[in-house]
Design a protein around this ligand. Structure first.
Ligand SMILES: NC(=O)c1ccc[n+]([C@@H]2O[C@H](COP(=O)([O-])OP(=O)(O)OC[C@H]3O[C@@H](n4cnc5c(N)ncnc54)[C@H](OP(=O)(O)O)[C@@H]3O)[C@@H](O)[C@H]2O)c1
Length: 635
């Protein structure tokens, strides 16, 4: 259950003064910028234990601002990661690193006091490369209430929801409003909702789409929300009576009332039973401002919208469901990321996406406890394609991006084998493109999209999920070296894991310069982007996301999907169905995925084995008996 306090600060930090979430004032009493992290996060002096009343620069909350400070720091990080691999004992190495750091601080202090100069000490610290922060960050508390009071409030909200749900009879007919229907999770939600008898009506808030010329960026045409909705249903093969439950409304999560027209609002106030807020900006390299607008302002608007519906006269509203991410726990070493404890991560965030999603979660806590919104928080880890088929309906982000890049590099290398110059170039591409920043021991938490959406739909009729943070993640995490092995087996390329610190600081700059000189600036940029965006998720010290609420509260099956199998099917899907991201037409992808799913079903039936357990060659043999891979048509 969400606590009144986000959680105590992590080891080695002092307790900061408590205060509920309100916009911060500067020393002159002026309100700080509304979108400042200071609204959610306090910067506290380690010396005084008091809040430092200066606005927080979003950059200082990212891991990138606190590493690679000088060659000694880089070398220490590199050696630590090697040692972890040799010894297999991450904790011992990290303890050792801390001791060395402390020794460095002592050395600098001794030198400073011997010379009687603080400046000397400072210089010595920076030369030795030791880090000793004089501030720490902590999340502001969501409420001034005691644990007991918060618990009582949440229990009442759950009780109310239970009664409201019961009042709708033994088979409740639900009216759900969804944001993010056109996205990766949203499409799966529409697909599963089509067959979910509890859902009588599903209203999706969709913004118009501007189709642009890929080169000039000129807007060629605008697809209306209704047109986007019709296309979605067609691509999801939802037709006839099933299609009738879906409605598509124009709107924008960055606007008050989600940008929904007043007349529609009046109607929704009388009919909606649930809001599922799934829309967000899932971009790991976006600016703070953009991420804030979509993820924090968007979440606030959705929460306010749901509060308005909950409080309306004659309302039928039961519950709001906020989709977040288990990576709101950021870079966390040593301790497990608990489902209900949100602590500001000692090792910061990888990117503004994670940071702003954490801020949105705090906003949700506040709206739950202080405003009394009946809201559940669901936190998927890294979402990949369908557990059995790998189908992703055209998604190319997150894990798909590096896999598609590897596949395309392999094709480029194969095409260059005709002459000696080509072979040289292919060798260069292979040497560079196929090394990926990652520690062999780093574990990734991948969860298939079907499991995530099963969790979201289950929550609709589980009032006990109100006031909870629930990780929709896996307990069978996959290691970087297993990812590299499966990629090798499935795509036929020898992905080598490169030490992330060395890759960032040495390999990438050299390689980038070489590629730019060799007339390959596009490849150079793509590699840089991939390395910087995904490197952080493959390093040692990844958080371990606790799971259990998905089964205990939502009632999902205790056997979570087999991650190795799901990842193998992601590779096969991206290779055969999407041609590593080159097939972009969503109608064509929908056609292929339909055929693919059918063929996989046939193969399973014939062999009596799960397709993911068939070795790559055998799988391909069975597949080509059913599908002509050139035209991707049924044989
Ligand atoms: N994918 C993952 O690995 C992952 C992991 C953990 C958590 N999550 C969470 O799951 C949710 C869905 O993620 P996803 O992967 O499905 O994202 P996605 O594929 O990028 O889709 C994002 C959706 O949000 C919509 N959207 C964005 N800004 C909007 C705005 N201003 N107004 C209306 N709609 C807007 C997009 O609409 P347009 O089509 O108009 O752009 C799209 O439907 C997010 O909350 C995300 O944080 C995702």
């Amino acid at each position: 259950m969400v606590s009144s306090r986000t959680a105590p600060p992590e080891r080695g930090t002092a307790e900061a003064p408590s205060r509920e979430i309100t916009p911060t004032l500067n020393p002159k009493g002026e309100m700080l910028w509304e979108s400042s992290p200071s609204r959610y996060i306090a910067k506290v002096s380690l010396a005084t234990g008091k809040e430092v009343l200066r606005p927080i620069d979003p950059d200082e909350l990212l891991v990138g601002a606190h590493r690679d400070k000088n060659p000694i720091d880089v070398t220490a990080q590199y050696l630590a990661s090697r040692l972890i691999q040799w010894t297999g004992n991450e904790n011992a190495v990290k303890d050792g690193l801390r001791k060395v750091n402390l020794l460095g601080i002592k050395l600098a202090e001794t030198l400073g006091s011997a010379m009687g100069s603080k400046a000397v000490e400072k210089r010595a610290r920076s030369l030795i490369g030791v880090t000793d922060r004089d501030v720490f960050f902590k999340f502001r508390e969501a409420s001034h209430l005691s644990e007991k009071e918060v618990k009582a409030r949440i229990e009442k909200l759950q009780r109310d929801a239970r009664l409201l749900l019961k009042a709708r009879g033994r088979s409740p007919r639900l009216h759900v409003l969804l944001t993010g229907a056109t996205g990766f999770l949203g499409k799966e939600l529409l697909a599963q909702a089509a067959n979910d008898r509890r859902i009588e009506r599903l209203v999706s808030v969709v913004r118009p789409e501007s189709v642009r010329d890929p080169k000039t960026k000129e807007v060629l045409r605008v697809v209306s929300p209704a047109q986007r909705g019709a296309l979605l249903l067609k691509r999801l093969h939802i037709t006839g009576a099933k299609a009738k439950k879906f409605v598509f409304l124009g709107g924008d999560i960055e606007k008050p009332d989600l940008g929904i027209a007043p007349r529609e609002m009046a109607r929704l106030k009388k009919t909606l039973t649930h809001v599922v807020h799934c829309a967000a900006s899932v971009s790991f390299d976006d600016t703070y401002e953009n991420s804030f607008r979509a993820n924090v302002q968007g979440a606030r608007n959705a929460l306010q919208f749901a509060l308005g519906i909950q409080g309306a006269k004659g309302t039928k509203f039961i519950q709001h469901i906020a989709i977040e991410t288990s990576y709101i726990h950021g870079r966390k070493k040593k301790t497990t990321a608990q489902e209900n404890a949100l602590v500001f991560p000692r090792n910061f965030y990888n990117n503004f996406y994670e940071l702003t999603k954490a801020m949105a979660s705090l906003e949700t806590d506040y709206t739950l406890v202080d405003k009394g919104l009946r809201v559940s928080q669901l936190l998927p880890s890294i979402v990949i394609g369908h557990s059995k088929t790998g189908n992703n309906r055209g998604d190319t982000k997150v894990v798909n991006a590096p896999i598609n890049a590897f596949g395309r590099s392999k094709e480029a290398m194969d095409a260059l084998q005709a002459d000696a110059v080509g072979r040289g170039k292919a060798w260069l591409i292979g040497a560079i493109a196929l090394s990926f920043p990652g520690d062999a021991s780093a574990e990734l938490n991948l969860v298939p999209v079907d499991r995530v959406v099963e969790g979201i739909l289950a929550a609709l009729t589980v009032p006990e999920s109100i006031g909870e943070r629930i990780h929709l993640a896996t307990d069978n995490r996959i290691r970087s070296d297993d990812i590299a092995r499966i990629t090798r087996e499935e795509i036929g390329i020898d992905v080598r894991l490169a030490d992330p610190t060395l890759f960032r600081n040495v390999t990438l700059p050299i390689v980038k310069a070489a590629l730019e000189r060799g007339g390959e600036p596009k490849l150079a940029n793509a590699l840089e982007k991939l390395g910087t965006i995904f490197g952080g998720y493959n390093e040692w010290g990844q958080p371990i996301h606790d799971v259990g609420n998905d089964v205990r509260i939502l009632g999902l099956p205790v056997r979570r999907p087999n991650t190795e199998h799901a990842f193998r099917m992601l590779c096969r899907h991206n290779k055969f169905v999407q041609d590593f991201g080159k097939v972009r037409d969503l109608d064509e992808i929908a056609r292929r995925e339909y055929l693919w799913e059918k063929a996989l079903g046939d193969i399973e039936h014939k062999t009596g084995r799960q397709v993911a357990s068939l070795p790559p060659d055998e799988f391909r043999r069975f597949l080509t008996q059913r599908i002509d891979l050139k035209s991707f048509t049924e044989r």
